[in-house]
Write a protein that binds this ligand. Structure first.
Ligand code: HEM
Length: 505
């Protein structure tokens, strides 16, 4: 018996001693790092329940129910400053809108911060790999796979987009009757992104969807809703047990696998015969075809492509929706935009022409300021790191963040910092872009190493769609008496859609 105790107790004692030693060593190293760099602790949220931080969680849940999550975050920053520490289910969260911290986390020391532990667990099994959820070497592999496809040559490919926009224009009632423009933009974005990603558009604007497409869309919505719920639940995500979620993920995989197998077979055949694609549709840049040049692993390809689809399939539609939400409520802005569009006459809408239209750029930028598509972002700290600001009572001193802490920022709140943007932060005023030159105060596409690879593609597509609609319709009328109400999914959309009436030229 005594021998048994020794066998059990000695290893336990050694293990405990090693752990205590390691903890003390880490504590000492952190203290000396903080001291050497004059780090100060950040301002703290005054939790009533400081262990799990349930009071703040409850406040945010109530805000979400009222559709005020983002406004509440702005208020929290107004009260506690650009950087403050809070607790969420026992974990430390550094909330910030400090540009100096964002530069460090996203660019200069980005290798010390990751997304895997934040994004991968809730997104599994829908997406188990790929650019959006991985870090380190896996992320570099995925980013390398998609890079060639987002090069400028591809961005300027507006021929395919024209076909989809023609269909959208067809579907808009010409007698001024009320309709939801947001729904049409969602279908446009879906058609254009699937064409570019899979090589075959879902053609949802044709209203002749196959049963498979309908099933895919329903399954994808269910799966995406499930991912959203799991993100919201955080550590408690194990409580989310919905069989429909697992079934939907399987159904999405089987739909995507058809495209993957087709792309791999095509590429293998071309490589065997040393030939070019015979199908003219596949002569343009298609993300899946480009990826199949590098890997023929169908499971890897499934997650690589789904990852990009998840990140980007609705972003353009969301941005277009909020632009028209504001245009419908601002006659003077619509008129000024029309003057600029009229001035270009019938010139072909190329990448260069769209880029040269200054007021169009102002309208798009102002919209992404006021309604950033991805309003909430975060990173997990992977290695102890000294941040250049965020410490001390006014947040002006360096701050040490340690492994396992989360840095969270609300792009929505950052874009409403009145000390940079002025007192009229809540106004949709494209003219402000005549004077402001933001750097890290404005990051609708993120920044640094993980900046959105599709930024140019998205801006070109948005510009093209706006110009086409302004060319085709002389009047845009708002048919929704309500102000903007937030609907926070993975993206930020208008809860009531974009209810408008339009009259052609
Ligand atoms: C207005 C449109 C869009 C906006 C505002 C936008 C914004 C963003 C933002 C904020 C990020 C996160 C960066 C980070 O984690 O720090 C991101 C990442 C990403 N976006 Fe976009 N995006 C848009 C359109 C698209 C489109 C159309 C696609 C693809 C077709 C796309 C593909 C991606 C991918 C793959 C990533 C992950 C990059 C990485 O982690 O390395 N985005 N985007």
């Amino acid at each position: 018996m005594a021998q048994f105790h020794v066998i059990i107790l000695v290893p336990l004692l050694i293990f405990a001693t090693v752990r205590i030693y390691e903890t003390l060593r880490a504590y000492k190293a952190r203290s000396s790092l903080a001291q050497k760099n004059n780090c100060k602790p950040p301002k703290k949220y005054p939790h009533k329940e400081p262990i799990l931080g349930l009071d703040l969680f409850y406040f945010m849940v109530q805000s979400a129910k009222k559709g005020h999550s983002l406004k509440s975050l702005v208020q929290l920053h107004e009260t506690y400053g650009r950087t403050f520490q809070a607790t969420s289910f026992g974990e430390t969260i550094i909330n910030t809108t400090e540009p100096k911290i964002l530069t460090t986390v996203l660019a200069t020391k980005s290798e010390n911060f990751g997304v895997w532990s934040i994004r991968a667990p809730p997104a599994t099994p829908l997406v188990a790999g790929g650019v959006f959820t991985t870090d380190g070497a896996d992320w570099a592999h995925s980013r390398g796979l998609i890079k060639p496809c987002f090069a400028r040559a591809q961005v300027a490919d507006l021929v395919s987009l024209k076909v989809h926009v023609d269909r959208l224009v067809e579907l808009i009632p010409k007698d001024g009757s009320t309709f939801d423009l947001q729904t049409l933009f969602s279908r446009l974005s879906l058609d254009s992104s699937t064409g570019f990603l899979f090589g075959e558009s879902l053609d949802s604007l044709l209203e002749t969807n196959s049963i498979e497409t309908e099933k895919f869309l329903t399954s994808f919505n269910t799966a995406q809703y499930g991912v959203g719920e799991r993100v919201r639940l955080g550590k408690l995500r194990f409580l989310y047990r919905d069989k429909r979620y697992t079934e939907a993920c399987k159904s999405v995989h089987s739909f995507i696998d058809n495209y993957v197998v087709k792309a791999v077979n095509n590429k293998s055949e071309e490589e065997e015969n040393n030939s070019e694609p015979t199908n003219p549709q596949r002569k343009r840049y298609i993300l899946l075809d480009e990826m199949a040049k590098v890997t023929k692993d169908t499971t890897d390809l499934r997650y690589q492509i789904l990852s990009v689809f998840l990140a980007g399939h609705e972003a353009t539609a969301v941005a277009l929706g909020s632009i028209f939400f504001h245009l419908a409520r601002n006659r003077a802005i619509w008129d000024r935009l029309r003057s600029e569009v009229k001035a270009v006459g019938n010139a072909p809408l190329t990448f260069e022409l769209l880029k040269s239209m200054q007021y169009l750029r102002y309208v798009i930028s102002e919209n992404l300021r006021l309604n950033p598509v991805a309003p909430l972002m975060s990173r997990m700290c992977l290695r102890d790191t000294v941040l250049p600001a965020g410490g001390g009572p006014d947040g002006g001193d360096p701050l040490l963040v340690t492994r396992g802490q989360t840095i969270a920022w609300s792009t929505y709140a950052l874009h409403r910092d009145s000390s940079f943007w002025g007192a009229d932060v809540e106004s949709f005023r494209p003219e402000r872009w005549e004077d402001v030159r933001p750097r890290w105060e404005y990051i609708p596409f993120g920044g640094g190493t993980r900046i959105c690879p599709a930024q140019q593609l998205a801006l070109t597509e948005i510009g093209y769609v706006v110009v086409r609609l302004v060319q085709t319709f002389k009047t845009l009328e708002n048919r929704d008496p309500e102000p903007w109400e937030e609907l926070l999914k993975m993206t930020l959309v208008s809860k009531n859609g974009v209810q408008v009436g339009m009259f052609p030229e």
